[in-house]
Structures are given as structure tokens and as C-alpha cells.
Design a protein around this ligand. Structure first.
Ligand code: PLP
Length: 368
């Protein structure tokens, strides 16, 4: 019992979600926790043993594929968006087989692409953004050359929640004969439930792969990311032989990996259905609008009108304010370009949390 008390003492030092307005993770749905516990000692690295778990993973891929207009997509549940993005770049590189491969990503791309470039020895070229912080498709085109294996569009950027013009990127990818990866790690469980007239997924012919993370807006337990490919040729390009196992090959990046994320994703999706997610997204958008109102009252202006439940406010003293709030137990983030305070309004960030935050912010602002 003493050990558990010790653990509790460490855990108590973690900042509770009710004080976190910067993270793309949240408190998982209660059914996700139950499913997680049920699958606690599973290992999908050995699917011949965990064949029920492996079957469940195929079901989940089908369910998320359906959400993204391609029930027959091929992929697996990753440790998160980073692994999914690395695997997309790896598949493109292995399929294209050029000597000095490069990928073109927006300047707004998540830093996981820098990791991908480093481990895979693929040059990562960064395309400029336009005034709305969407990737400039002309600049993407300019950066493509004979060594380009793929281009990347972001559907829900980490900083601003902006959606790149994926339709145009799709056309460009087809025209230039390069693969297109869409990183919707965050947006994948948001955009389908907004009343937006944008196409960002397999509906577009040029899209080869999509990242979507159930452990963000999918309310699954960590770790649960997902990489989906248009067909099995991409998975084949990732295969290594596994001589000690009954199954002969493996396409995942990690070896031993839990089915906890698979089970928790399945449970939440089955329970909520698309309608349930629509309600959750609608509530997050309402809370985002409420935050915008309150911040407007304090004189802050959003960098862009929020597209989803991510919003930044122009602020020259963003870093100083973030640090002061952190000292007082609140976590928001600050971005450099443009200098701004950044918020992610996850399901735990309800109206009460926002009210409490605004009161604290008022106190902080008196110091500046
Ligand atoms: N892609 C995007 C757009 C993200 O916002 C993030 C994380 O915030 C990632 C990828 C990386 O995901 P993870 O931290 O689960 O590896």
C-alpha cells in the first residue's frame, strides 16, 4: 500500500486537466478507460497470439476509414500522430526510391516531420503560408523537384487549427505524381463533425494517407494514433520480416505495442457514434466562442477566426503572460510567429473552467 501512496504523491504533482488549456489531449471517455483496462496486457506486436485484438484493430481501421470516406483503407493504430507521420514519410520514401528524397511540408507542420526527416534521412522542405496561415500551394509547387517523394497538408494545424487547401494539394499531387499525406491528427475527429464545406480526406483522389489521432478529440486513452493508407501497397513498403514470430512480417514502427488504444477507440466510437461526436465537437466550438468573447472583452483579438476548437490571440507579451499563468497553476501556450497566446478548447475546458481562467488572467494582466 505504501508504494501506491508514493505513486499517488507523484501523480498529485501533475497539473489537472481542469487547469490545462494548451493540450490536445483530454480526460478519456469513461468507456475508453474500461476498454483500456480490459486490454491492459495485450501485445499487437505478436498478432498470432493476440488474434482477437488484431481483429479488433482491423475493425477500428475500417470505422475510422469510413469516417474519412474510405472504409477499405489500410493501416494500424499507432502510438500517436508522430509515429503515423513518420510512417507516412517512410512509406513514400520506400516506394519512390529516389537517391536524395525530400518531402514538402507547410511551415505550420508539426515538429514530428522534423523527426521523420532526421530518422529517415529525408530532406524536409518548408512551404510558406498565406495571410490566413494556410499553406501557399504555389510555394509547394516551387519546392517540388524530381527528388520529391511526397507533399503534406495539415487539416487542423497544431498552432491555429487552420485547414490547408487539401483539394488544391490533391490536384497538385496528381499532376506532379507525388504522394500526398494529410495530417489530421487533431482535425480528423473534428472536421467531419463541423458544418464545413471542405474536403480533406480520401474523398480526394490525390490523398494517399491520413493521420488521425483517437487520443486527441477521439476521447480514447493514450496512446492511440492512427495511420491510414489508400491501399495495401503502402503497408507493404513498410514491411520487415519477423523470423521469431508465427506471423512472418510486421509493418508497424514499434514492435511490442498495446491494443489498449484500439479497444478504447472502438468503445468510444461504438458508444457515441458519429452523432455523439458531433455533440462533443459542437460543445467545444461553443466553449471556444465563449472564450473568444471573454478575451475580446479584455481587448484581445484572434489571429484568425477559429476554424475549430483551437484559437490564438495576438499578444506581444505572450511568453511573459504564459509564464506568469504557469506559476499560478494554469497552462496555456504561446506561439512565436505571430506572437500570440494559444488555446486548445478540449471537452474538459467547459464554461466554468473558462470563467475561472479569465479571472486569473485578469489578475495577471494587472502586472503587465
Ligand atoms: N500532427 C499534428 C497536427 C499535431 O497537432 C500533433 C500533436 O499535437 C501531432 C501530429 C503529433 O501527435 P503525437 O503527439 O500524438 O505524436
Amino acid at each position: 500500500m505504501e508504494i501506491l501512496e508514493e505513486l499517488k504523491a507523484f501523480r498529485c504533482k501533475d497539473i489537472p486537466y481542469s487547469r490545462v488549456l494548451s493540450s490536445m489531449c483530454t480526460i478519456p471517455h469513461p468507456i475508453a478507460v474500461k476498454a483500456h483496462v480490459e486490454f491492459i496486457n495485450t501485445n499487437l506486436g505478436d498478432p498470432a497470439i493476440f488474434r482477437g485484438s488484431a481483429e479488433l484493430e482491423r475493425e477500428v481501421i475500417g470505422m475510422i476509414g469510413k469516417l474519412l470516406h474510405h472504409s477499405n483503407a489500410k493501416g494500424y493504430v499507432t502510438s500517436g500522430g508522430t509515429e503515423a507521420n513518420v510512417q507516412a514519410v517512410r512509406a513514400f520514401r520506400n516506394l519512390k526510391k529516389v537517391e536524395r528524397p525530400n518531402v514538402v511540408v507547410p511551415e505550420s507542420a508539426h515538429f514530428s516531420f522534423d523527426k521523420a526527416g532526421d530518422v529517415l534521412r529525408v530532406e524536409v522542405r518548408k512551404a510558406k503560408l498565406d495571410d490566413e496561415f494556410k499553406v501557399d500551394v504555389g510555394d509547394v509547387e516551387r519546392l517540388i523537384d524530381e527528388n520529391t517523394v511526397g507533399i503534406v497538408g495539415i487539416a487542423g494545424t497544431t498552432a491555429l487549427g487552420q485547414i490547408d487547401p487539401i483539394e488544391e494539394l490533391s490536384k497538385l499531387a496528381l499532376e506532379k505524381d507525388v504522394f500526398l499525406h494529410v495530417d489530421s491528427a487533431f482535425g480528423g475527429f473534428v472536421i467531419p463533425f463541423l458544418d464545413l464545406d471542405v474536403k480533406f480526406d480520401f474523398e480526394l483522389e490525390g490523398v494517399s494517407s491520413v493521420t488521425v489521432d483517437p487520443h486527441k478529440m477521439g476521447l480514447a486513452t493514450i496512446p492511440a494514433g492512427c495511420i491510414l493508407f489508400r491501399d495495401s501497397s503502402f503497408l507493404k513498403a513498410l514491411v520487415v520480416e519477423t523470423p521469431y514470430l508465427i506471423t512472418e512480417e510486421q509493418f508497424s514502427l514499434t514492435g511490442t505495442r498495446p491494443a489498449t488504444g484500439v479497444a478504447s477507440t472502438y468503445a468510444v466510437m461504438k458508444l457515441l457514434g458519429f452523432e455523439g461526436f458531433r455533440r462533443i465537437v459542437r460543445d467545444c466550438i461553443k466553449a471556444t466562442r465563449y472564450l473568444v468573447e471573454k478575451m475580446n472583452d479584455l481587448g484581445f483579438e484572434p489571429v484568425i477566426e477559429p476554424v475549430m476548437n483551437v484559437v490564438c490571440f495576438k499578444c506581444e507579451k505572450a511568453f511573459e503572460i504564459r509564464n506568469e499563468l504557469y506559476k499560478r497553476g494554469w497552462v496555456i501556450s504561446a506561439i512565436r510567429n505571430p506572437r500570440a497566446l494559444r488555446f486548445v478548447v478540449m471537452p474538459h475546458a467547459n464554461f466554468n473552467v473558462i470563467d475561472e481562467f479569465i479571472e486569473e488572467l485578469k489578475k495577471v494582466l494587472r502586472k503587465f
